[in-house]
Design a protein around this ligand. Sequence first.
Ligand code: DX5
Ligand code: ZN
Length: 216
Amino acid sequence: MTIVSPSILSANFSCLGADCRMVLDAGAQMLHYDVMDGHFVPNISFGVPVLKSLHKAMPDAFYDVHLMISHPLQYAEPFIKAGATLYNFHLECEDDIQQTIDAVKALGCKVGLTIKPGTAPEALEPYLDQLDLVLVMSVEPGFGGQKFMPSALDKLRWLRAEREKRAAHYLLEVDGGVDAKTAPLCAEAGADILVAGSAVFGAADPADAVRQLAAL
Ligand code: DX5
Ligand code: ZN
């Protein structure tokens, strides 16, 4: 069984709460919350107030917050106060990585690091023992509905082997172009958590799409 974290970027924002409830009821164990600042990526999505509303309506959900922003340090506190369960930011951001990890931990939140397709997993080495999660992007961040890049698979394998070697505890997540075809490859390569946006919310039956991914 894999953990499914539906990316609500692909949900219907006019009924966001209902869409979230639907995937949680179908067995999604997390909600993937994609924050974009129009600077780190060429797109703008949603921020603190929307998370706050969702958390108020669904306080028990796990909010897997993926920060595609240049300056995650200054936003750690507001997002964590708004209900983030995991604060997952990019290794390629402009802030000091160690300082940001320390700030997130001091706020009592789980912390994750994400790498873009062009970044080697070895670049995460100084931080691996401190992380709750590593996210491997299998598309360039910024937009839903892109094609899966198979180069993510070798990174997942490397990170799984490295976790074993270090007896580290981070979970492995993959994000971008994950669907019924590519999800089994990701699970086989070591992904514990599958992020899926269009494959869930674009499906004729989103609840069924969640159940199928979770069954892998
Ligand atoms: C991309 C986001 C993803 C995206 C995934 O920048 O980080 O979470 O919503 O969407 P799909 O599953 O459609 O590729
Ligand atoms: Zn994401």
